[in-house]
Design a protein around this ligand. Structure first.
Ligand SMILES: Nc1ncnc2c1ncn2[C@@H]1O[C@H](COP(=O)(O)OP(=O)(O)OP(=O)(O)O)[C@@H](O)[C@H]1O
Length: 672
């Protein structure tokens, strides 16, 4: 079925790179500049690919919004969008990335004193408020893809509303292709009859719509629903490859496991193809891949090769991958849902919203005409939710509440949210923060522990353990462990899918005490091999780039801690006390981890599963050394339910009496 979307006739232009002047947004340049000048808040709703993300910041820059030394911030919900769009805008402005145009994501800052346009994740802009509460360094803040309703972007919007009350000079631009513009505008505007900076509701904000898209995208639905979307997706990819014209494919699936399966199936099917077809190169893309590996998907396919990027929804918004002609949308997404009663995060596979489906389709038709194959019926599309359920209503709120409190928000319940979080999520988050000592019995942030925890770019339990490390004499070791934890399970790799060899390599570093110390051993070995030995990493099935990143993260964390006045406790660290590599250090680290993760504890049963304190059955994740080994009590880093089974990741053995030693109140309350 062909789309009725308007094609501006630009698809006739043969070259891949459309001059900015030919993008739909360019026709509205004057109107946009006028609106942003006049109204504190501008909502921009325009077709995917119409030029919002790449052009608006450039227009504002050229119009002089940074001449007084301020910057333009553009937030993105994901790192891959922030980095790739920054690279594109730098290219269009003919400057080196990190000069006039830069980006900032957690643990990676590519900006300089010259930077005028800065792309950053919304979470990172929240962090910047710790040092610059009114975000004074920015004249304009553009919140892009606000329809995604990520936890950080919702928080950011609430805080921007507060900042706008104090800064008449600030301009906020909110943009998306799929946004309930009136809801966002109403949120920011003063109440009827009231004024802010002398402006009434009508004078405070404006909505601009951008009509038209660059190239047409034809949409095809299934005539009948399919029972297995992964198989159907692979069939569709092969049909495109064997019967459609040139152009790369972007396939959306829900998670890493499905992506690996699909890539394996595609590889098998390629092997069976008759000679004569171009090469089909499947490439994975998901959040857990280190940034530089994510960037592979942007590299052009070789001569006579068709790329097939198999991605989660991380490529869904903002991203332009040049060469994509075909989008295959499975119609599902994996959404996190936190259960505050048992403290478990569930990953549920649910149908996507119409907004997501539109965004997915919009990844085609950006540099040439395209086709979108929706692996569901048109009737199913019509029954989809309009927008994705806001993350603030289904997340563990402890990390953001900690940050809000550190920004001076005292009353978390009455804070002005775009959508209110359910009270049980807030209560659970306060419970966690109280048990960690970050808030007191009156719900106030503690000093210095609570503020320090908020200032570290780590989740609260790990932050607490790291802050305690000097008193256990394991500062250096815990810094390494914290840095390794940020790699999110990407330390080991399997070459050519040979998991057995990868597991054998892992055993060389494994210690009976668990995953944290195992990761510590990997890091230490990497450092002792000079931090540059790619071949050694390859031989040991280790991810070289991820380990290089861990070295950088460790350094940054150390600097953070030093700024907070936390340094190695030299009184304890004399060599007679710590025998690094010996049992004593290991026990210190285990005890130190217990001070952060005491509430996430489980005991192994005879059948190899674990039981939580509340009696829930849990299983060690296959990446854990306890997938095969025996243990007694363990603390764990992450808990997640997927396909009806609850997995725990990153486990370390502890002694039961340490729990009451380090968290007496928590266990007293629980045992009553
Ligand atoms: N990396 C790139 N390579 C080639 N063309 C690009 C690239 N990035 C952007 N473009 C071109 O610029 C156009 C505008 O992209 P931009 O990201 O600004 O649109 P957008 O309106 O923000 O889209 P979305 O709502 O999907 O984020 C694209 O449609 C494409 O034609």
């Amino acid at each position: 079925m062909a789309d009725e979307e308007e094609d501006l006739g630009l698809s006739l232009i043969p070259e891949l790179y459309k001059p900015a002047a030919l993008l739909p947004i360019s026709q509205l340049k004057d109107a946009l500049l006028y609106t942003i000048e006049t109204f504190p808040v501008t909502i921009v709703v325009g077709e995917t690919g119409s030029g919002k993300t790449t052009q608006i910041p450039q227009m504002l820059y050229k119009a002089g919004w940074t001449t007084d030394g301020t910057q333009i911030a553009v937030t993105q919900p994901r790192r891959i969008a922030a980095t790739s769009v920054a690279a594109r805008v730098a290219e269009e402005m003919n400057c080196q990335l990190g000069q006039e145009v830069g980006y900032s994501i957690r643990f990676e800052d590519v900006t300089s004193a010259k930077t005028k346009i800065k792309f950053l994740t919304d979470g990172l802009l929240l962090r910047e408020m710790l040092v610059d509460p009114l975000l004074k360094r920015y004249s304009i803040i553009m919140v892009d893809e606000a329809h995604e309703r990520s936890l950080s972007s919702d928080m950011l919007l609430s805080l921007l509303k507060k900042i706008l009350k104090k800064r008449a000079d600030l301009r906020v631009v909110i943009s998306s292709a799929t946004l309930d513009a009136t809801k966002f505008l109403d949120f920011f505007s003063p109440d009827p009859g009231e004024k802010m900076h002398g402006k009434t509701k009508e004078e405070f904000g404006w909505i601009i719509g951008i009509e038209g898209r660059v190239h047409p995208v034809e949409t095809q639905y299934l005539a009948e629903a399919c029972s297995n979307y992964v198989e159907r997706a692979v069939d569709t990819v092969m049909e495109i490859h064997t019967s459609e014209g040139k152009g790369d494919i972007l396939l959306f699936l829900t998670g890493r496991e499905e992506i690996d399966d699909a890539i394996e199936m595609i590889s098998d099917r390629i092997a069976d193809l008759k000679p004569g077809y171009p090469t089909l190169q499947p490439l994975p893309l998901y959040a857990g891949l280190p940034s530089d590996q994510q960037m592979y998907v942007f590299q052009p396919a070789g001569e006579n090769t068709r790329k097939c990027i198999v991605s989660t929804n991380i490529a869904e918004a903002s991203v332009t991958i040049d060469g994509i002609v075909y989008v295959v949308d499975c119609g599902y997404v994996k959404l996190r849902a936190y259960d505050p009663v048992v403290g478990i995060e569930r990953l549920n596979v649910v149908p996507v919203s119409k907004a997501s489906a539109t965004q997915r389709k919009g990844r085609a038709g950006r540099t040439r005409a395209g086709k979108c194959f929706r692996l569901y019926t048109e009737a199913a599309f019509n029954t989809m939710e309009e927008a994705t359920f806001p993350e603030i209503q289904r997340s563990n709120l402890a990390p953001v509440i900690l940050q809000l409190m550190n920004l001076g928000i005292q009353n978390i319940i009455r804070f002005d949210y775009l959508s209110n979080p359910p009270s049980n999520l807030v209560i659970r988050a306060m419970d966690i923060l109280y048990s960690l000592g970050a808030v007191d019995a009156k719900g106030r942030l503690t000093k210095p522990l609570g503020t320090r925890m908020a200032e570290l770019p780590l989740e609260p339990m790990l932050a607490k353990a790291l802050l305690n490390a000097p008193s256990f004499g394991c500062f250096s070791e815990m810094l390494t462990i914290a840095a390794m934890m940020t790699l999110q399970g990407n330390t080991f790799v399997s070459h050519d899918g040979n998991q057995k060899l990868s597991n054998a390599s892992k055993r060389k570093f494994t210690v009976a005490e668990g995953d944290h110390i195992t990761l510590y051993n990997v890091y230490e070995s990497f450092v002792s091999h000079g931090k540059k030995d790619v071949q050694w990493c390859r031989n040991n099935h280790l991810n070289f780039k991820a380990l290089v990143k861990a070295v950088s993260v460790r350094k940054q964390l150390k600097n953070h801690l030093e700024r907070l006045g936390i340094v190695e406790n030299t009184g304890l660290s004399s060599s007679d006390v710590i025998r690094v590599g010996g049992m004593e250090m290991v026990e210190r680290v285990r005890r130190c981890l217990t001070t952060g993760f005491f509430s996430q504890v489980a005991r192994m049963e005879a059948d190899g599963s674990f039981q939580s304190m509340a009696g829930t059955q849990l299983w060690a994740h296959p990446s854990s050394i306890f997938f095969h080994r025996k243990a007694d009590w363990v603390i764990y880093h992450e808990i997640m339910e997927t396909k009806g089974k609850i997995y725990i990741r990153d486990l370390t053995t502890v002694e039961m009496d340490w729990l009451t030693e380090y968290a007496p109140e928590y266990y007293k309350i629980r045992n009553r």
